[in-house]
Ligand binder design. Structure first.
Ligand code: ADP
Ligand code: MG
Length: 429
């Protein structure tokens, strides 16, 4: 069986909305949740995974509007779906075996590391970087490799360099987090222990120097963490990247591969030129392997408007939770309680050798609808090298009263007075 309509081929009707789906071994159902309603799913028999994370049996899980995912089974399974889908297709043509083979070989490397911890270099686990076009399934493969590793008892570090669509927190960020449990298919990756830097834009061209600087800063912080944490060091990293692979985008990929000392570069999809260029670039580097893997035909292609909507949803989820399960707090602050800064000029020259400038931003109505990062920096000149505590969304600026109204994910006092502004805005619905 290849593609078929799940409702016709594999489902039995159970009342108006709940239907039963049976999946053959090594097949998946690819689902897009509609914009207007959530979808529920419950496993009855067998084992199923969503992007490497096994679902609990007999528990209804709720997937929010617009979520796109595949429910995959290695040995066959039956489950129920409650609600309407935008699309649902079953396929047994998946690259899952090749993805699992990668995981198995990474596990071999991780185990080899444990038994040879004599010198620092040989106690490093594999560092995988996933590259390819937009919508080639990079973030999805990253989740699978992380979840499978966590299921096998490892604690890999996920590094997210994609400022367009971030998997850890809101867009415009360069972040990393240790993954100790399979990735929650609804909630996503854990945020509480993440190291987050705020780039502030959803395209790297806005400030290439800052982008590279933050990538290097994050790599430095992770090296420090690995120096004292043998388990994280041996589990290695999975690095997700932007879907920009030509010209300057390619240069940024090379920069990331070198900065993080990647040992395996996975190129997803038919990317003959990219594979050729990478092989050439690392011809004399025996410790960098380039591997080209097939893109799954299940990956949804997302148009630029859809991507924009996803960015908005991602910010919404930061404040309200994936299933509207969190409370956002409306608060006010005096002008004197907030110092807002921009990093670099609006159009920063990438070849400039001047240090990146930190400029104070005048508090006025232009701040309304912007998302600001709360920096842990104690002094403005530490902003670039400091991680951020979280984000606020400015809803009003009262020039007369000199007060700012903002939305915060926490009821607690702001942890800092120093804020970073980029070009990221949010159109709250
Ligand atoms: P990229 O990171 O390369 O841009 P993603 O991994 O984010 O691509 O995949 C694009 C979209 O397709 C995501 O919404 C993802 O959940 C979805 N997707 C990926 N693989 C599958 C699959 N096999 N079946 C259904 N949806 C999928
Ligand atoms: Mg992605």
């Amino acid at each position: 069986m290849s593609y078929s309509d799940a409702t016709v081929a594999a489902a039995t009707e159970f009342g108006p909305q709940v239907r039963r789906v049976m999946l053959e071994k090594q097949s998946e159902i690819r689902i897009q949740v509609p914009q207007i309603s959530a979808l529920k799913l419950r496993v009855l028999h067998g084992k199923v995974e969503i992007f490497g994370s096994e679902l609990p049996r007999n528990t209804w899980l709720t997937f929010p509007p617009l979520q796109q995912f595949a429910v995959f089974t290695w040995y066959g399974a039956t489950f129920e779906i409650d609600g309407v889908t935008e699309t649902d297709t079953i396929s047994d043509e998946t690259p899952m075996i090749s993805y699992l083979n990668v995981h198995n070989s990474l596990q071999v490397q991780r185990h080899r590391v444990t038994s040879s911890t004599r010198d620092y270099d040989s106690s490093q686990g594999p560092r995988v970087i996933i590259v390819g076009d937009t919508d080639s399934g990079k973030s999805t493969l990253a989740k699978m490799l992380l979840s499978w590793a966590a299921k096998d008892g490892c604690k890999p570090t996920f590094v997210d360099l994609n400022i367009g669509q971030s998997s850890i927190t809101i867009p415009g960020t360069i972040a990393a987090t240790s993954v100790e449990m399979p990735v929650d298919p609804v909630e996503g990756l854990p945020l509480h222990k993440a190291l987050v830097h705020y780039f502030g834009h959803n395209t790297a061209t806005n400030n290439v120097r800052l982008y590279k600087y933050l990538v290097e800063e994050l790599a430095r912080e992770l090296e420090e963490e690995f120096a004292i944490n043998a388990e994280s060091r041996r589990s290695g990293m999975v690095i997700d990247t932007m879907g920009w692979t030509s010209g300057l985008g390619y240069q940024l990929l090379l920069h990331a591969i070198r900065t993080f000392n990647a040992s395996l570069v996975i190129v997803l999809g038919q990317e003959t030129e990219l594979v050729y260029d990478l092989n050439k670039a690392f011809k004399f580097k025996k410790n960098v392997q380039i591997l080209n893997l097939e893109r799954s035909s299940g990956v949804f292609s997302r148009f630029s408007d859809f991507r924009k909507m996803l960015r908005n949803i991602s910010i919404q989820r930061y404040f309200s939770g994936a299933t509207n399960n969190l409370t956002a707090y409306t608060k006010t602050a005096k002008f004197t309680d907030m110092q807002v800064y921009r990093i670099g000029a609006l159009l920063e020259k990438s070849r400039s050798t001047e240090p990146l400038r930190i400029t104070p931003v005048l508090i006025d109505k232009d701040l309304v609808n912007t998302v600001l990062a709360i920096s842990y920096a104690k002094q403005p000149h530490h902003i670039i090298s400091s991680i951020v505590a979280g984000f606020v969304y400015i809803t009003d600026v009262d020039l007369g009263e000199e007060r700012i109204t903002y939305l915060s994910p926490s009821a607690a006092e702001l942890p800092s007075k120093i804020f970073i502004m980029g070009t990221l805005t949010w159109h709250k619905t």
